[in-house]
Ligand binder design. Sequence first.
Ligand code: TPP
Ligand code: MG
Length: 372
Amino acid sequence: MQDPHRNAHPQAPGSAGLLPSEQPVQLVDPDGVHRHDDRYPLPDGEALLAAYARLVLGRRINDQANALVRQGRLAVYPSSHGQEACQVAAAVVLEDRDWLFPTYRDTVSVITRGVEPLQVLTLLRGDWHSGYDPYEHNTAPQATPLATQLLHAVGVAHAAKLKGEDTVVLAMCGDGATSEGDFHEALNFAAVFHVPVVFFVQNNEYAISVPLKNQSVAPSLAHKAIGYGMPGERVDGNDLAALLAVLGSAVDRAREGHGPSLVEAHTYRMQAHTNADDATRYRTQQDVESWVPRDPITRMRTYLRGLHLLDDDAEARFAADAETTAAHMREGLNTDVDPDPQELFAHVYTQRTTQLAEQSAQLRDELSRTDG
Ligand SMILES: Cc1ncc(C[n+]2csc(CCOP(=O)(O)OP(=O)(O)O)c2C)c(N)n1
Ligand SMILES: [Mg+2]
């Protein structure tokens, strides 16, 4: 007999199929060996090789940005060292017409999406809002307030649905951000309005100094999805192949009109939260080292080498390409800029408020007296 208390919403699914796998999906294990999974076919070799090149580039970008912070050329850099497979997969599974909503930690995703590295780093240098035109690559500005971007993502997906477009929106957040009210509101709205969003949680085990065990007692973060009536899935966040398969399937599902879903990637933040954080205060070197054998780049290299898809020439080419980008970043960020302080007030509102107009006039006055 039909459960009379069942939600009468026409889209309300039964609970079957909403729970994530018992174990995170893994297609290539840390030793570089393929693990068969009936539900998720392994992406083809060419796709893996192309994405691997982006991992190598992503690691180089992380290293270079860290160095530029130490040299005082960048104000701050939240590194995704160790999370490069998540970063690359999130961008690669999308079509150009789709939208990506990244956080402050997702610089490598934004660059993988095609945004010029120097434009991306402009924000972290502190000299211009966002630093890139979101409409050029359908990539929202990197959000620093936790989880706010998830609501914006749902709004864009809802608009696309109303306009009859087949756009998919992929919205990224961290484990800590899943405790925010905005996370709840975004997931609920997305499910009720059945919009084409993939929520992608990078669970890197920490929210600055707060470990996951103090953040949530849900069996996994992916289990939260069922509470909103959408499927959740867990994936090994250091396994590029599994990420491409699981995120790719979530994107296809959204595009085919089956609504939102949530993917949780199990990964680890190998470096401090940012340069302003001393991670030795709350976790041991041993904890960090236990993740070294699970490194996403080493694993994919072993796998591709084993199949003879990757050889010394290709490795050298990928490394040289990454070096070119690193040199470009150094050159650009070692060039001084002379920002106009009045730009602080630009692009805040279409029509400047009285208060902002007053502040702008006050700044102009102060500057004119300093210059004189
Ligand atoms: C609304 C809001 N509250 C607090 C902060 C301060 N804050 C910045 S990053 C961060 C931790 C976020 O952790 P997580 O979501 O796991 O992302 P991760 O940094 O690990 O990628 C906090 C609390 C913020 N930026 N926004
Ligand atoms: Mg985190």
